[in-house]
Design a protein around this ligand. Structure first.
Ligand SMILES: N[C@@H](CCC(=O)N[C@@H](CS)C(=O)NCC(=O)O)C(=O)O
Length: 395
């Protein structure tokens, strides 16, 4: 009998939730271990070069990090029973869109609802962070100082995602709008693209399960305000198919030529919620790259090669000004969408262009940084300068 895969993560971790859900849904044999384990510290950390989760160790000892790369690894191996990648190009593009939005576009509510509801959340979070990060058998003083450190760091990180007193009410209103749109969609379909989970579902599981379903305050909100979304979260964490609220269907995915209006409404939401931020980040990065002309391809251009952000960009979001961390990793995900578009034939490109224009996100097909973001030895690095520079687009 072959040995199981090992997943290293943490129960409260957003990106671990995405990988875990995928492994479960594909029926992949795995065991989960903590990033506080000796094995992670001694064997994986030196390979990864930075403390990050989730990571997979294969039965052969190969290490894979990055939730998207983990999914890609299993998809390439063909060891899946319900591929996360749809075969239709239009649906693939939509999957990449929700991979980007699910992983990166819901961080504001995920961080706000975790770190700004201390009365309901704090005791729970302490247990979570201690269980996931402290060495086994740590004494109380170690546990307290570890949680204090983690709390301070995460509260500071909140600001970098645009969470502040000024933005709190809008974050709550826009998150409820998302819950309403997703609930509406899930009334008819068990998953984003129909009757089978795809890449976008897994990415959405990150924020929607790890923070917004599990943490007490947003967990209550989700159950009360959007119970259908809470059921989707539960469905996404089971290995078995579940046909309780939905009828089993012969066609696993929706017809790309006739997309449900509820899906288009979610895409329109992305245009309002996330597009201005992404545009501002691309513009910031291109200015930054212009100022770093001697940057060597294959590096992140920073003193710290493991740094994940290159600065902060300002933009207008729902009528207020926000300033958020610019993470080149996001362009790595955007490139996946754009490469899929470039591979498509003319007819498919026309269909995609017209769909993306209809929902207001067509600029995502062409907006690029002047250098590609690549991943090398588990880190995000800049590639060579592109032959044709991107046309600046002002947000
Ligand atoms: N792009 C990465 C992001 C991973 C990530 O940011 N993970 C968080 C936990 S959810 C982490 O490891 N943070 C490390 C830290 O806080 O020091 C992925 O998709 O795997």
């Amino acid at each position: 009998m072959s040995k199981p895969y090992k997943l290293y993560g943490m129960a409260a971790s957003l990106y671990t939730a995405k990988a875990r859900s995928y492994l479960r849904k594909q029926g992949i044999d795995f065991k989960e271990y903590g990033v506080n384990s000796d094995h992670y510290g001694q064997q994986l950390l030196p390979v990864l070069g930075r403390f990050i989760m989730p990571a997979i160790e294969t039965p052969n000892g190969e290490v894979i990090q990055d939730s998207s790369d983990i999914i890609e690894y299993f998809e390439r191996k063909g060891s899946t029973h319900n591929s996360a990648y749809p075969t239709s190009t239009v649906l693939q593009l939509i999957s990449y869109l929700f991979e980007l939005f699910g992983g990166e576009g819901l961080l504001r509510p995920a961080m706000h609802y975790r770190w700004n509801f201390d009365t309901q959340n704090l005791q729970y979070l302490k247990n979570e962070f201690v269980a996931g990060l402290a060495p086994p058998n740590a004494d109380e003083e170690t546990e307290n100082s570890l949680f204090g450190f983690a709390c301070n760091r995460m509260r500071k990180a909140c600001q970098g995602f645009g969470v502040s007193e000024q933005s709190a009410a809008l974050i709550e209103a826009s998150y409820k709008e998302f819950l309403d749109l997703f609930s509406h969609h899930l009334k008819k379909f068990p998953y984003l693209l129909g009757h089978q989970p795809t890449l976008g579902d897994y990415a959405l599981m990150g924020p929607l399960y790890a923070h917004l379903y599990r943490d007490p305050a947003p967990g209550m909100l989700m159950r009360q305000h959007a119970p259908i979304v809470a059921r989707w979260v539960e469905r996404m964490n089971t290995t078995e198919d579940c046909w309780v609220e939905h009828m089993e269907s012969n066609s696993p995915l929706v017809d790309p030529a006739c997309l449900p209006p509820t899906l288009k409404a979610l895409m329109r939401y992305i245009a309002i919620e996330y597009l201005p931020e992404l545009k501002a980040h691309i513009q910031f990065s291109n200015n930054w790259l212009d100022q770093h002309t001697t940057l060597k391809a294959g590096t992140n251009g920073m003193d710290n090669p493991t740094a994940r952000t290159i600065g902060q960009a300002e933009f207008t979001w729902r009528g207020i000004r926000l300033k958020t961390h610019v993470l080149p990793y996001r362009f790595y995900l955007l490139q996946r969408l754009q490469e899929c578009y470039q591979r498509a034939n003319q007819k498919e490109q026309d269909a995609i262009k017209s769909l993306f224009t209809e929902v207001g996100i067509d600029s995502l097909l062409t907006l690029t940084t002047n250098r590609k973001v690549e991943r090398h030895q588990f880190l995000e690095v800049w590639g060579e300068l592109r032959a044709i520079k991107a046309t600046p687009e002002i947000s």
